[in-house]
Design a protein around this ligand. Structure first.
Ligand code: PEP
Ligand code: MN
Length: 338
């Protein structure tokens, strides 16, 4: 950490800040310039709040140098993490994995059709919510256990894996036999109790970026899961809330290369929730692949016009097949396969 003192800082104030830093466990190196003094604090601690120093008298600015997380950072693991999600499918390697399916599991017929269609087009993982975090309590809330059973059956019938959202701790054990990847939704990215419990399971977790979360907050949330012992974490950019109203969310594609620089964990892009509009899904999926996404998660419904949730952002099956064909053209240009 670097603490720049004000030009007007007194010797007593500089000493006070130095004492403070030493009490925090840092070794302090002072540089006395012609006008200003700068204190470099070196140490292993990462659990500090720079504001505690910024409020001390005589301090102008404090810069954090080391990251506030350990396990998710590249310092901990310089090479990319490759997560084995089952049936030989891995996320974070050269192959970009596409997860697709409806927003919610609605019925046997709907899900089996969706599974057949997405498998045929080349998806490896079937998505579908059995427990739904809906903004309104009056809208469809999901089929629960019945939905999980359908997911497993439909996925097995078409050689797919299953990803589904876990909304609370009590659902973890219930979901375990039916799913291959736990999805933590945007609204639960900072449900730290849930994240801690998912740290104890031995199944991959795809954790979505919160609606108003910074990239650093997303990485700190992933740290909760990893610090519990589960290193199989996949991040997901799904759009953040901005002042823009043309789209449901603003898909922050720049988060993909930023995460790759800071962390060894793979990152998925969700252009469906990221835009909220069917016709924007294809260009943003292509852009995400070009930007280095390790996986894509896309909503596809056999009959989007009658979907019980997120129909407007769900692709028609033939649109999804066309998208897959486009992605296959782009992948080699960025050194990947699909
Ligand atoms: C979903 O995947 O259907 C979902 C609810 O996503 P998010 O948590 O990103 O809103
Ligand atoms: Mn959805």
């Amino acid at each position: 950490m670097i603490v720049a003192m004000l030009e007007t800082a007194t010797e007593a104030q500089i000493q006070d800040v130095t004492d403070h830093l030493m009490q925090m466990g840092f070794a302090v190196h002072r540089t006395t310039g012609a006008r200003q003094s700068v204190l470099a604090a070196v140490g292993k601690r990462i659990d500090f709040d720079i504001r505690d120093l910024e409020v001390l008298s005589g301090v102008e600015k404090v810069h954090r140098i080391s990251a506030p997380y350990k396990l998710v950072g590249r310092q901990f693991r310089p090479e990319n993490s490759v997560i084995q999600v089952g049936k030989g499918v891995e996320i974070g390697g050269p192959q970009v994995i596409v997860m697709a399916g409806p927003c919610s599991v609605e019925s046997h017929d709907q899900l089996f059709k969706a599974a057949e269609q997405v498998a045929k087009a080349g998806a490896k993982v079937l998505r579908g919510g059995a427990f739904k975090p809906r903004s309104s309590p009056y809208t469809f809330q999901g089929l629960g256990l019945e939905g999980l059973k359908l997911l497993r059956e439909a996925a097995d019938a078409h050689g797919l894996l299953v990803i589904s959202e876990v909304m609370e701790i009590s659902q973890i054990d219930l979901m375990m036999p039916y799913i291959d990847i736990f999805q933590v939704g945007a609204r639960n990215m900072q449900n730290f109790n849930l994240l801690r419990e998912l740290g104890k399971v031995r199944k991959p977790v795809l954790m979505k970026r919160g609606i108003a979360a910074t990239i650093e907050e997303m990485l700190l949330s992933a740290e909760y899961i990893m610090s519990g012992g589960n290193y199989d974490v996949i991040l997901c950019e799904r759009g953040i809330r901005t002042f823009e109203t043309y789209t449901r969310n603003t898909l922050d594609i720049s988060a993909i290369p930023i995460v790759h620089k800071l962390s060894h964990l793979p990152i998925t892009s969700d252009p469906s929730h990221g835009t909220g509009l069917r016709d924007k899904v294809e260009p943003m999926a292509c852009a995400s692949l070009a930007a280095g996404a390790d996986a894509l998660i896309i909503e596809v419904h056999p009959d989007p016009d009658h979907a019980l949730s997120d129909g407007a952002q769900s692709l028609y099956p033939e649109q999804f097949a066309e998208l897959m064909a486009k992605l296959r053209l782009i992948a080699p240009a960025v050194g990947r396969t699909i």
